[in-house]
Design a protein around this ligand. Sequence first.
Ligand SMILES: [Zn+2]
Length: 326
Amino acid sequence: MDVLFDRGIYLPSLDLWLDSKRKQPVGYISHAHADHTAAHRKPILTPGTAILLRKLLRRSEPQMLEYGEEYHTPRYSLKLYPSGHCLGSALALVHCKATGERILYTGDFRVKPNPTAEPLGTVPCDVLIMESTYGRKDYVFPPQDEVLSDFFGRVLDWIDAGGTPVVLAYRTGKAQELLHHLLARGYSVALEEGAYEVTRSYEEAGVRFPGDYRAFDGTVRDGEALIFPSGRRTREALSGIRNKRYFGMSGWALNGERAHWTGADVSFPFSDHADYEELLAYVKAVGAREVYTVYGFPDLARQLTSTGYQAAHLEKGMSSVQLKFA
Ligand SMILES: [Zn+2]
């Protein structure tokens, strides 16, 4: 199967774009994060992703597919499975009718349990096109329970000391996941307005949260935790809040430099992506004979090649034809 990468993945023999960042007549969108989306004329996506992208796709004619539902064209069929990353996120299994090949595109995926997304599917395939965000051996996350219990301990300490914990998490996905965890442990939470709006969309899609929460209105109540995206605007919005401490929640916390870059006072390796070992295990589990990695580190593809896989990392403007597996 020929695979091309150019601001998205293109399968020329099927004339199919996967997560193109440029507008296409037809394009599959794996999930609602901005680096995977464009306002395609006919986007193929799950209803959950469609709710999150309502504004972007207001002039589009979406082709919505539930998980497990099949979509047919003369050249291929396409079926979606949960990818565990955020609301509506999906793996796409593309079945080429001419050759019988099964191509699995993962988009961003997460192996560890996520209370606000359906669990990852393991889908047998011939060709795997997989994200490799954390595809470097330094990025093996500790067990999630340990990370969360460490995090909650530190949050509680800060509240007990009369301070306000500010949890840094991007608006779609991680904010809702952490909100769910905080509410389940009885914390009061206020979210930055954008994150609050996204959370309402989650509710509209049927996700339930174990408690009440509110949009941040400039004030903090006693014992409350805040959830905000990281960045300059957050600093400005919270400049009047005293005794705050920023908690960074990111896989990059395993790398001190990147943690500092997010402006967190303390960081925890909590990610909505698979880590290095989970990526390797997923390749094995789906039984792919050909693997293309995208978006992240090229190290993973090298490791796969050294253990006998036909594997390559695709970068900008690169086609699998140029790679010519030995
Ligand atoms: Zn994502």
